[in-house]
Design a protein around this ligand. Sequence first.
Ligand code: ADP
Ligand code: MG
Length: 376
Amino acid sequence: SGVACTTLRRPCRTMILVNPHSGRGQALQLFTGHIQAMLTEADVPYTLVITEHQNHARELVRNADLSQWDALVIMSGDGLLFEVINGLMEREDWQQAIKTPLGILPGGSGNALAASLHHYSQSPPAWNEELLLSCGFMLCKGLVGPLDLVSVHLASGQRFFSFLSLAWGFVADVDIESEKYRHVGAIRFLMGTLVRLASLRVYQGRLATSTRHPPSLSSPPPGHVAPDASPKQPETQSNNATTSPVDSLLPGLDQPVPDNWTVVNEEDFVLVLAIYQSHLAEDLWTVPGATADDGLIHLFYVTAGISRPALLRLFLAMEKGSHLACGCPHLAYEKVRAVRLEPTSQQGMITVDGEVVEYGPIQAQIHPGMANLIRG
Ligand code: ADP
Ligand code: MG
Protein backbone atom coordinates (compact mmCIF):
# COMPACT_ATOMS: atom_id res chain seq x y z
CA SER A 1 0.00 0.00 0.00
CA GLY A 2 1.03 3.66 -0.11
CA VAL A 3 1.63 3.87 3.63
CA ALA A 4 5.06 5.03 4.76
CA CYS A 5 6.59 2.15 6.69
CA THR A 6 9.70 2.09 8.83
CA THR A 7 11.79 -1.00 9.48
CA LEU A 8 12.40 -2.63 12.83
CA ARG A 9 15.88 -2.18 14.27
CA ARG A 10 18.18 -5.22 14.11
CA PRO A 11 18.51 -7.34 16.01
CA CYS A 12 14.87 -6.94 16.93
CA ARG A 13 14.39 -7.96 20.56
CA THR A 14 10.94 -9.50 20.47
CA MET A 15 8.63 -10.59 23.26
CA ILE A 16 6.21 -13.21 22.00
CA LEU A 17 3.13 -13.76 24.17
CA VAL A 18 1.38 -17.07 23.56
CA ASN A 19 -2.08 -17.94 24.88
CA PRO A 20 -1.94 -21.74 25.09
CA HIS A 21 -5.74 -21.99 25.32
CA SER A 22 -6.59 -19.87 22.28
CA GLY A 23 -8.15 -21.43 19.22
CA ARG A 24 -8.05 -25.21 19.37
CA GLY A 25 -5.50 -25.03 22.18
CA GLN A 26 -2.62 -25.51 19.78
CA ALA A 27 -0.99 -22.07 19.70
CA LEU A 28 2.21 -23.29 21.33
CA GLN A 29 2.53 -26.30 19.00
CA LEU A 30 1.83 -24.06 16.00
CA PHE A 31 4.57 -21.73 17.18
CA THR A 32 7.20 -24.42 17.59
CA GLY A 33 6.10 -26.19 14.41
CA HIS A 34 5.90 -23.24 12.02
CA ILE A 35 7.41 -20.05 13.42
CA GLN A 36 10.37 -20.88 15.63
CA ALA A 37 12.72 -21.99 12.84
CA MET A 38 11.69 -19.05 10.68
CA LEU A 39 12.64 -16.54 13.39
CA THR A 40 15.96 -18.27 14.05
CA GLU A 41 16.72 -18.24 10.33
CA ALA A 42 15.91 -14.51 10.16
CA ASP A 43 18.06 -13.75 13.24
CA VAL A 44 15.15 -12.44 15.29
CA PRO A 45 15.98 -12.93 18.99
CA TYR A 46 12.81 -13.60 20.93
CA THR A 47 11.59 -14.45 24.40
CA LEU A 48 8.54 -16.66 24.64
CA VAL A 49 6.02 -15.84 27.37
CA ILE A 50 3.15 -18.25 27.90
CA THR A 51 0.13 -16.58 29.45
CA GLU A 52 -1.23 -18.26 32.55
CA HIS A 53 -4.59 -16.56 32.92
CA GLN A 54 -6.82 -13.88 31.48
CA ASN A 55 -5.27 -10.39 31.82
CA HIS A 56 -1.81 -11.87 32.43
CA ALA A 57 -0.52 -10.24 29.22
CA ARG A 58 -2.20 -6.97 30.11
CA GLU A 59 -0.54 -6.83 33.53
CA LEU A 60 2.81 -7.91 32.17
CA VAL A 61 2.85 -5.24 29.47
CA ARG A 62 1.58 -2.57 31.86
CA ASN A 63 4.63 -3.10 34.08
CA ALA A 64 7.30 -4.18 31.58
CA ASP A 65 10.57 -2.32 31.04
CA LEU A 66 9.89 -1.45 27.41
CA SER A 67 13.46 -0.29 26.80
CA GLN A 68 14.28 -4.04 26.71
CA TRP A 69 11.99 -4.73 23.76
CA ASP A 70 11.82 -3.64 20.14
CA ALA A 71 8.56 -5.45 19.43
CA LEU A 72 5.67 -7.11 21.28
CA VAL A 73 4.11 -9.98 19.38
CA ILE A 74 1.10 -12.04 20.32
CA MET A 75 0.42 -15.58 19.17
CA SER A 76 -3.28 -16.03 19.90
CA GLY A 77 -6.56 -14.63 18.70
CA ASP A 78 -7.55 -10.97 18.73
CA GLY A 79 -8.39 -11.13 22.46
CA LEU A 80 -4.78 -11.23 23.55
CA LEU A 81 -3.81 -8.20 21.44
CA PHE A 82 -6.72 -6.33 23.05
CA GLU A 83 -5.09 -7.04 26.41
CA VAL A 84 -1.67 -5.86 25.22
CA ILE A 85 -2.95 -2.62 23.71
CA ASN A 86 -4.90 -1.77 26.85
CA GLY A 87 -1.96 -2.68 29.07
CA LEU A 88 0.18 -0.21 27.10
CA MET A 89 -2.48 2.52 27.26
CA GLU A 90 -2.78 2.11 31.05
CA ARG A 91 0.87 3.07 31.54
CA GLU A 92 1.96 6.51 32.66
CA ASP A 93 4.23 6.65 29.61
CA TRP A 94 1.41 5.51 27.26
CA GLN A 95 2.42 8.05 24.60
CA GLN A 96 5.75 6.29 24.03
CA ALA A 97 4.59 2.83 25.10
CA ILE A 98 1.82 2.59 22.50
CA LYS A 99 4.41 3.28 19.77
CA THR A 100 6.13 -0.05 20.52
CA PRO A 101 5.78 -2.09 17.30
CA LEU A 102 3.10 -4.74 17.81
CA GLY A 103 2.83 -7.97 15.87
CA ILE A 104 0.28 -10.72 15.55
CA LEU A 105 0.60 -14.40 14.74
CA PRO A 106 -2.80 -16.06 14.28
CA GLY A 107 -3.17 -18.75 16.92
CA GLY A 108 -6.77 -18.21 17.96
CA SER A 109 -10.15 -18.97 16.54
CA GLY A 110 -10.83 -15.27 15.90
CA ASN A 111 -7.87 -13.97 13.88
CA ALA A 112 -9.41 -10.90 12.29
CA LEU A 113 -6.39 -8.62 12.52
CA ALA A 114 -4.06 -11.27 11.12
CA ALA A 115 -6.45 -11.83 8.21
CA SER A 116 -6.67 -8.07 7.66
CA LEU A 117 -2.87 -7.63 7.65
CA HIS A 118 -2.49 -10.46 5.21
CA HIS A 119 -5.11 -8.82 3.01
CA TYR A 120 -3.40 -5.39 3.20
CA SER A 121 -0.20 -7.04 1.97
CA GLN A 122 -2.09 -7.76 -1.27
CA SER A 123 -1.45 -11.48 -1.03
CA PRO A 124 -4.11 -13.92 -2.24
CA PRO A 125 -6.44 -15.11 0.55
CA ALA A 126 -4.96 -17.59 3.04
CA TRP A 127 -6.30 -19.53 6.00
CA ASN A 128 -5.01 -21.53 8.92
CA GLU A 129 -1.33 -22.52 8.67
CA GLU A 130 -0.88 -20.58 5.45
CA LEU A 131 -2.08 -17.38 7.16
CA LEU A 132 0.23 -18.13 10.07
CA LEU A 133 3.23 -18.50 7.74
CA SER A 134 2.35 -15.23 6.01
CA CYS A 135 2.27 -13.40 9.36
CA GLY A 136 5.51 -15.10 10.43
CA PHE A 137 7.11 -13.85 7.26
CA MET A 138 5.93 -10.28 7.94
CA LEU A 139 7.51 -10.51 11.37
CA CYS A 140 10.85 -11.53 9.82
CA LYS A 141 10.71 -8.69 7.28
CA GLY A 142 9.97 -6.22 10.07
CA LEU A 143 8.10 -3.48 8.23
CA VAL A 144 6.22 -1.22 10.65
CA GLY A 145 3.29 1.05 9.84
CA PRO A 146 0.64 3.00 11.77
CA LEU A 147 -2.49 1.38 13.22
CA ASP A 148 -5.65 3.30 14.13
CA LEU A 149 -7.08 2.77 17.60
CA VAL A 150 -10.59 3.53 18.75
CA SER A 151 -11.28 4.87 22.22
CA VAL A 152 -14.41 3.35 23.75
CA HIS A 153 -16.50 4.69 26.65
CA LEU A 154 -19.14 2.84 28.66
CA ALA A 155 -21.87 4.25 30.89
CA SER A 156 -20.00 3.03 34.00
CA GLY A 157 -17.17 5.42 33.12
CA GLN A 158 -14.94 2.58 31.93
CA ARG A 159 -12.74 3.52 28.99
CA PHE A 160 -10.52 1.33 26.85
CA PHE A 161 -8.95 1.05 23.40
CA SER A 162 -10.02 -1.12 20.52
CA PHE A 163 -8.28 -2.02 17.25
CA LEU A 164 -10.94 -4.08 15.51
CA SER A 165 -14.64 -3.78 16.13
CA LEU A 166 -17.60 -2.79 18.24
CA ALA A 167 -20.65 -4.99 17.74
CA TRP A 168 -24.22 -5.14 18.98
CA GLY A 169 -26.97 -7.58 18.12
CA PHE A 170 -26.48 -10.44 15.72
CA VAL A 171 -22.70 -10.19 15.29
CA ALA A 172 -22.01 -9.86 19.02
CA ASP A 173 -24.35 -12.76 19.80
CA VAL A 174 -22.64 -14.99 17.24
CA ASP A 175 -19.19 -14.02 18.47
CA ILE A 176 -19.93 -14.93 22.07
CA GLU A 177 -22.22 -17.90 21.54
CA SER A 178 -19.75 -19.44 19.11
CA GLU A 179 -16.99 -19.44 21.73
CA LYS A 180 -18.28 -22.82 22.80
CA TYR A 181 -17.30 -24.09 19.33
CA ARG A 182 -13.76 -22.70 19.70
CA HIS A 183 -12.34 -26.21 19.24
CA VAL A 184 -13.46 -26.22 15.59
CA GLY A 185 -11.33 -23.14 14.89
CA ALA A 186 -12.29 -20.27 12.59
CA ILE A 187 -15.37 -22.06 11.22
CA ARG A 188 -17.00 -21.38 14.61
CA PHE A 189 -18.41 -18.11 13.22
CA LEU A 190 -20.25 -19.84 10.39
CA MET A 191 -21.66 -22.40 12.82
CA GLY A 192 -22.68 -19.64 15.21
CA THR A 193 -24.31 -17.71 12.35
CA LEU A 194 -26.45 -20.68 11.36
CA VAL A 195 -27.50 -21.35 14.95
CA ARG A 196 -28.29 -17.70 15.64
CA LEU A 197 -30.32 -17.31 12.42
CA ALA A 198 -32.83 -19.73 13.91
CA SER A 199 -33.43 -17.37 16.83
CA LEU A 200 -33.08 -14.10 14.95
CA ARG A 201 -34.27 -11.12 16.97
CA VAL A 202 -34.59 -7.36 16.75
CA TYR A 203 -32.82 -4.91 19.04
CA GLN A 204 -34.13 -1.43 19.80
CA GLY A 205 -31.83 1.50 20.29
CA ARG A 206 -30.59 4.86 19.07
CA LEU A 207 -27.53 5.24 16.88
CA ALA A 208 -25.69 8.50 16.16
CA THR A 209 -22.50 9.27 14.26
CA SER A 210 -20.01 12.01 13.58
CA THR A 211 -17.86 12.38 10.49
CA ARG A 212 -15.77 15.27 11.83
CA HIS A 213 -11.99 14.84 11.88
CA PRO A 214 -10.38 14.51 15.30
CA PRO A 215 -7.39 16.86 15.69
CA SER A 216 -4.27 14.94 14.68
CA LEU A 217 -1.89 13.81 17.42
CA SER A 218 1.13 13.02 15.32
CA SER A 219 1.15 15.82 12.75
CA PRO A 220 -0.08 19.15 14.12
CA PRO A 221 -0.79 21.79 11.46
CA PRO A 222 2.13 24.13 10.70
CA GLY A 223 2.43 26.95 13.20
CA HIS A 224 1.19 24.83 16.09
CA VAL A 225 3.36 24.63 19.17
CA ALA A 226 5.03 21.22 19.36
CA PRO A 227 3.40 19.17 22.16
CA ASP A 228 6.65 18.83 24.12
CA ALA A 229 7.20 22.58 24.21
CA SER A 230 3.82 23.30 25.72
CA PRO A 231 2.57 22.38 29.17
CA LYS A 232 -1.03 22.35 27.90
CA GLN A 233 -1.42 19.90 25.05
CA PRO A 234 -4.56 19.85 22.95
CA GLU A 235 -4.90 16.07 23.28
CA THR A 236 -4.09 15.53 26.94
CA GLN A 237 -6.24 16.31 29.92
CA SER A 238 -5.44 19.36 32.09
CA ASN A 239 -1.75 19.94 32.72
CA ASN A 240 -0.76 16.34 33.25
CA ALA A 241 1.01 15.07 30.15
CA THR A 242 0.74 11.46 31.34
CA THR A 243 -3.05 11.16 31.45
CA SER A 244 -4.65 9.25 28.61
CA PRO A 245 -5.69 10.94 25.37
CA VAL A 246 -8.77 13.16 25.30
CA ASP A 247 -11.57 12.15 22.98
CA SER A 248 -12.22 15.55 21.48
CA LEU A 249 -15.20 14.35 19.42
CA LEU A 250 -17.11 12.85 22.33
CA PRO A 251 -19.37 14.69 24.78
CA GLY A 252 -20.14 12.96 28.09
CA LEU A 253 -22.30 9.86 27.59
CA ASP A 254 -24.94 11.54 29.77
CA GLN A 255 -25.03 14.55 27.41
CA PRO A 256 -26.96 14.66 24.12
CA VAL A 257 -24.86 14.36 20.96
CA PRO A 258 -23.85 17.73 19.44
CA ASP A 259 -25.89 19.24 16.59
CA ASN A 260 -23.21 18.41 14.06
CA TRP A 261 -23.75 14.66 14.66
CA THR A 262 -26.14 12.62 12.55
CA VAL A 263 -28.85 10.66 14.32
CA VAL A 264 -29.89 7.52 12.44
CA ASN A 265 -33.63 7.43 11.76
CA GLU A 266 -34.05 3.73 12.40
CA GLU A 267 -34.41 2.38 15.93
CA ASP A 268 -35.02 -1.31 15.14
CA PHE A 269 -31.84 -3.18 14.32
CA VAL A 270 -30.76 -6.72 13.69
CA LEU A 271 -27.13 -5.71 14.06
CA VAL A 272 -24.82 -2.73 14.39
CA LEU A 273 -21.16 -3.24 13.58
CA ALA A 274 -18.44 -0.60 13.78
CA ILE A 275 -15.24 -2.05 12.30
CA TYR A 276 -11.85 -0.47 11.60
CA GLN A 277 -10.01 -3.28 9.79
CA SER A 278 -10.88 -5.13 6.59
CA HIS A 279 -11.74 -8.49 8.14
CA LEU A 280 -14.10 -9.45 10.95
CA ALA A 281 -12.80 -13.02 10.83
CA GLU A 282 -10.53 -15.05 8.55
CA ASP A 283 -13.36 -15.64 6.09
CA LEU A 284 -15.35 -12.43 6.63
CA TRP A 285 -14.03 -9.67 4.38
CA THR A 286 -16.30 -6.99 5.82
CA VAL A 287 -14.75 -3.73 4.61
CA PRO A 288 -13.42 -3.92 1.06
CA GLY A 289 -11.64 -0.55 1.14
CA ALA A 290 -10.28 -0.49 4.70
CA THR A 291 -6.61 -0.04 5.58
CA ALA A 292 -4.88 -0.24 8.98
CA ASP A 293 -4.69 3.55 9.24
CA ASP A 294 -7.46 5.07 7.10
CA GLY A 295 -8.62 7.03 10.15
CA LEU A 296 -12.15 5.70 9.71
CA ILE A 297 -14.75 3.75 11.62
CA HIS A 298 -16.64 1.71 9.04
CA LEU A 299 -20.20 1.52 10.34
CA PHE A 300 -22.59 -1.16 9.14
CA TYR A 301 -26.10 -1.73 10.36
CA VAL A 302 -28.87 -4.06 9.35
CA THR A 303 -32.40 -2.89 10.09
CA ALA A 304 -35.35 -4.99 11.20
CA GLY A 305 -37.44 -6.64 8.51
CA ILE A 306 -34.61 -8.49 6.80
CA SER A 307 -35.47 -12.12 6.12
CA ARG A 308 -33.35 -14.99 7.38
CA PRO A 309 -32.26 -16.01 3.86
CA ALA A 310 -31.30 -12.41 3.04
CA LEU A 311 -29.20 -12.12 6.20
CA LEU A 312 -27.52 -15.44 5.49
CA ARG A 313 -26.81 -14.25 1.93
CA LEU A 314 -25.06 -11.15 3.31
CA PHE A 315 -22.74 -13.23 5.49
CA LEU A 316 -22.01 -15.72 2.71
CA ALA A 317 -21.28 -12.84 0.30
CA MET A 318 -18.90 -11.37 2.87
CA GLU A 319 -16.44 -14.17 2.21
CA LYS A 320 -15.77 -12.47 -1.14
CA GLY A 321 -16.38 -8.94 0.16
CA SER A 322 -19.41 -8.62 -2.12
CA HIS A 323 -22.18 -8.07 0.49
CA LEU A 324 -22.51 -4.38 -0.38
CA ALA A 325 -23.28 -5.40 -3.96
CA CYS A 326 -26.20 -7.61 -2.82
CA GLY A 327 -28.57 -4.65 -3.13
CA CYS A 328 -30.02 -5.45 0.29
CA PRO A 329 -32.28 -2.54 1.32
CA HIS A 330 -31.79 -3.40 5.01
CA LEU A 331 -28.01 -3.00 4.95
CA ALA A 332 -26.50 0.44 5.53
CA TYR A 333 -22.82 1.40 5.39
CA GLU A 334 -21.21 4.70 6.41
CA LYS A 335 -17.68 5.92 7.03
CA VAL A 336 -17.60 7.86 10.29
CA ARG A 337 -15.13 8.99 12.97
CA ALA A 338 -17.25 8.72 16.09
CA VAL A 339 -20.32 6.71 17.00
CA ARG A 340 -22.75 6.43 19.88
CA LEU A 341 -25.12 3.58 20.54
CA GLU A 342 -27.87 3.70 23.18
CA PRO A 343 -29.68 0.37 23.38
CA THR A 344 -33.25 0.56 24.65
CA SER A 345 -33.84 -3.20 24.54
CA GLN A 346 -33.43 -4.51 28.07
CA GLN A 347 -31.20 -7.42 27.09
CA GLY A 348 -28.47 -7.87 24.59
CA MET A 349 -24.79 -8.33 23.99
CA ILE A 350 -22.14 -5.78 23.07
CA THR A 351 -18.63 -6.86 22.16
CA VAL A 352 -15.45 -4.88 21.60
CA ASP A 353 -12.73 -6.70 19.64
CA GLY A 354 -14.72 -9.88 20.23
CA GLU A 355 -14.79 -9.52 24.03
CA VAL A 356 -18.06 -8.90 25.91
CA VAL A 357 -18.40 -5.52 27.58
CA GLU A 358 -21.04 -4.20 29.95
CA TYR A 359 -24.37 -3.82 28.16
CA GLY A 360 -25.71 -0.28 27.86
CA PRO A 361 -24.89 3.05 26.23
CA ILE A 362 -21.51 3.09 24.53
CA GLN A 363 -19.61 5.61 22.41
CA ALA A 364 -16.33 5.62 20.57
CA GLN A 365 -14.02 7.73 18.45
CA ILE A 366 -11.08 7.05 16.20
CA HIS A 367 -7.47 8.00 17.00
CA PRO A 368 -5.69 7.79 13.64
CA GLY A 369 -2.37 5.97 13.64
CA MET A 370 -2.02 5.88 17.42
CA ALA A 371 -0.26 2.49 17.51
CA ASN A 372 2.40 0.82 15.35
CA LEU A 373 1.97 -2.53 13.73
CA ILE A 374 4.36 -4.97 12.08
CA ARG A 375 2.85 -5.51 8.65
CA GLY A 376 3.59 -6.68 5.17
P1 ADP B 1 -9.55 -16.92 20.58
O1 ADP B 1 -9.50 -16.32 19.22
O2 ADP B 1 -9.40 -18.40 20.50
O3 ADP B 1 -10.77 -16.48 21.30
P2 ADP B 1 -8.07 -15.02 22.18
O4 ADP B 1 -6.68 -14.54 22.00
O5 ADP B 1 -9.14 -14.08 21.77
O6 ADP B 1 -8.26 -16.41 21.39
O7 ADP B 1 -8.21 -15.44 23.69
C1 ADP B 1 -9.44 -15.76 24.29
C2 ADP B 1 -9.47 -15.22 25.71
O8 ADP B 1 -8.53 -15.90 26.54
C3 ADP B 1 -9.14 -13.76 25.82
O9 ADP B 1 -10.13 -13.12 26.59
C4 ADP B 1 -7.80 -13.73 26.55
O10 ADP B 1 -7.68 -12.58 27.33
C5 ADP B 1 -7.89 -14.96 27.42
N1 ADP B 1 -6.61 -15.55 27.87
C6 ADP B 1 -5.36 -15.21 27.56
N2 ADP B 1 -4.46 -16.06 28.13
C7 ADP B 1 -5.19 -16.97 28.82
C8 ADP B 1 -4.86 -18.11 29.63
N3 ADP B 1 -3.60 -18.49 29.80
N4 ADP B 1 -5.87 -18.82 30.14
C9 ADP B 1 -7.15 -18.47 29.95
N5 ADP B 1 -7.54 -17.40 29.20
C10 ADP B 1 -6.58 -16.65 28.65
MG1 MG C 1 -11.15 -14.03 20.94
